[in-house]
Design a protein around this ligand. Sequence first.
Ligand code: GLU
Length: 450
Amino acid sequence: MSVKVRFAPSPTGFLHVGNARTAVITWLFCRQQNGHFLLRIDDTDRERSKEEYELAIEDGLAWLGLDWDEKTNQKDRMDRYEEVIEQLKADGRLYACYETPEELGLKRKTQLSRGLPPTYDRAGLSLTEEQIAKYEAEGRKPHWRFKLNHAPIEWTDLIRGPVQFKGEDMSDPVVLREDGSPLYHLCSVIDDVDFGISHVVRGEDHVSNTATHVQMFEAIQGKAPEFAHLSLISDAEGGKLSKRLGSLSVKDIQEQDGLEPMSVVSLMSRLGTSDPIESFTDIKPLIDSFDFSKFSRSTPKFDPDELIRLNSKILHETDFGSVQVRLANMGLQDMDETFWQAVRPNLEKLEDAKEWWNMVNGNVTPAIAEEDADFAAQASELLPPAPWNENTWSEWIGKTKEATGRKGKTLFMPIRKALTGMEHGPELADLLPLLGPEKTKERLNTKKAA
Ligand code: GLU
């Protein structure tokens, strides 16, 4: 079977980590199967849909490295939806209902208070001509429901295994609003049919929708596609990951947090699977190892700290060539490959490179303790002559050790603090050639001179 998938965001907000996970997983599956990826913009809700969000979603996907083979907008397909709706009406699968939201609410309440499930009572199906005429005279406009067959609904979900619903346990879904505009459910099914979607991958919040969709697929084309419902991710405390938590949008991860896209892709591909969560700098191994059977049905926890851990691992393996432009955009156009190699193991985020650049090229606050001042001055006398290279450090520290009798931390730490103003940081062997003799000498003597 040739694989065709779709990712169907609603442009009513930015791409959120939850949707990004669905996008990543759908894409990995698709690329592994040499399939076709459709980006479908679910913009039937004309009031809440914004072009700004649509563009931001596309940006977010592109930033993650997820490409698409085709794109469609639901707002451009209204004529086609109309056509199918007319057919379904003619087939008796859609029926008009005149209840107001208040009346429906009241019915629900009554059912619940009697211990009954709050399914729609299908009153719309038994309206007489007079009742309809009366409603119309009152100015009421009908909304339309899809009439479910009261029969078992079953599918074998690629993640959840066999899933069963009973048509009679479900409310007939509303598919047309009072103003005649079609709702997501039917539009989604019509699109999936027309675009020949073979696999629908989406969150488990859609499982009961899927049960009704299965019957819509059968009514329109006779057969439903395959389904894979991903368990939803929760926050680190196990709470529901709110769609509106702006801090978790891909845009913020990209712009404010300055994280690498592959840290998001690495985490999202492996979260909730039996494979270990590891950092990947290339997406290919993630495509190769993708398998729906590795996904668990339990709720995986999304921990932003895990993103940072992956991000630093990724940076530690990133070549200078792939970040040079971004460094230049950060004002670090003079940074070269040697510098990058020296500081790279100390980065959590690319932005941190700035700190190390300033540490080497700017002024550091002298941090030589009183009792180490003579030692630092003595070490400074022992500095080898220029030019310096990666062996300068061991040559120098060997001589200093011999001359001063210091060893271990008492030998290294005062030097590190004098040179960097800090107790941790890049390897001194790498730093020394970056600093050069003049600055090194100056920093070793700063306290004394002051
Ligand atoms: N626009 C829907 C959503 O974001 C799409 C669901 C689907 O994949 O069918 O939840």
